[in-house]
Design a protein around this ligand. Sequence first.
Ligand code: 5GP
Length: 186
Amino acid sequence: MSKPRLFVFSAPSGAGKTTIVRDILKSFPEFKFSVSATTRKKRANEIDGVDYYFISEEEFKRKIDNNEFVEWEKFYDHYYGTLKKTIDENLANGFTTIFEVDVKGALNIKKVYPDAVLIFIAPPSIDELKERLKKRNTETDEELKKRIDRAEMELSYKNNFDYVVENINLDEAKEKVKKIIEKEIS
Ligand code: 5GP
């Protein structure tokens, strides 16, 4: 059995990261997704325990106090965190794990697991990103503005990643990511 690896994906929201991550999980069905905990509300298409563990702020804070997170961040008034237990169980069972976290979370995972591979999915431009977020129509105007401000901040971190994949054409971006993973696991 080859050594399990950690692949961490970050991107401004709306850059196509979730679509790419889902595609990777289909192409590599032996990989596991690291389900994060969050205090934000579940969206209609999301499943508790699959997309996130949707927990209360009280429970999240208890987990912080119990040192259960490898990393956690608070943004858009909500908490998001990667559970140590998830990573440790996956590695112990030999599962390569895929993460979808914000840029700071990615860098913090790398601090604890230096062999983690960080992949940044970049949107073609901020304007295009705004359009994609509007089309998705899952946020209020105020939330949308916060996400765009945050996207600009996240973009400024991309040079700290092992790989940057521009998502101009979704199929090409998916192929590029697959090639990176194949290279890293070979
Ligand atoms: P969303 O609310 O759109 O699902 O996610 C918002 C942001 O939170 C995205 O950038 C997503 O990657 C990030 N995120 C999700 N889970 C985690 C986590 O466990 N840790 C960190 N640091 N960010 C996360």
